[in-house]
Design a protein around this ligand. Structure first.
Ligand SMILES: [Zn+2]
Length: 84
């Protein structure tokens, strides 16, 4: 049996349809018995749908390298605490 705390950890995956069959079953069993979680899940589902799809992937290596090079060149002098 899932605890309410475990429910909050699974709810995003549930709303996105990423739970395994077994997890979804346990999730829905808890939902059937816990109206607090039912309300919570409903809110999360609305939020997930409202959010635009935001990719969380890191920037491509070329972009990252260029940024790092700019940070290096930007430094006006040696950082504090580092001997020249
Ligand atoms: Zn609950």
């Amino acid at each position: 049996m899932l605890s309410c705390r475990q429910m909050t950890e699974l709810v995003t995956a549930y709303a996105e349809g990423k739970l395994s069959f077994g997890d979804r079953l346990r999730f829905q069993m808890h939902l059937g018995m816990c109206r607090h979680c039912r309300r919570y899940v409903r809110q999360v589902k609305v939020t997930v749908r409202a959010l635009p799809h935001v990719p969380v992937a890191a920037p491509p290596p070329a972009v990252r390298d260029e940024l790092l090079a700019r940070f290096r060149n930007w430094s006006p002098g040696p950082p504090e605490g580092v001997p020249p």
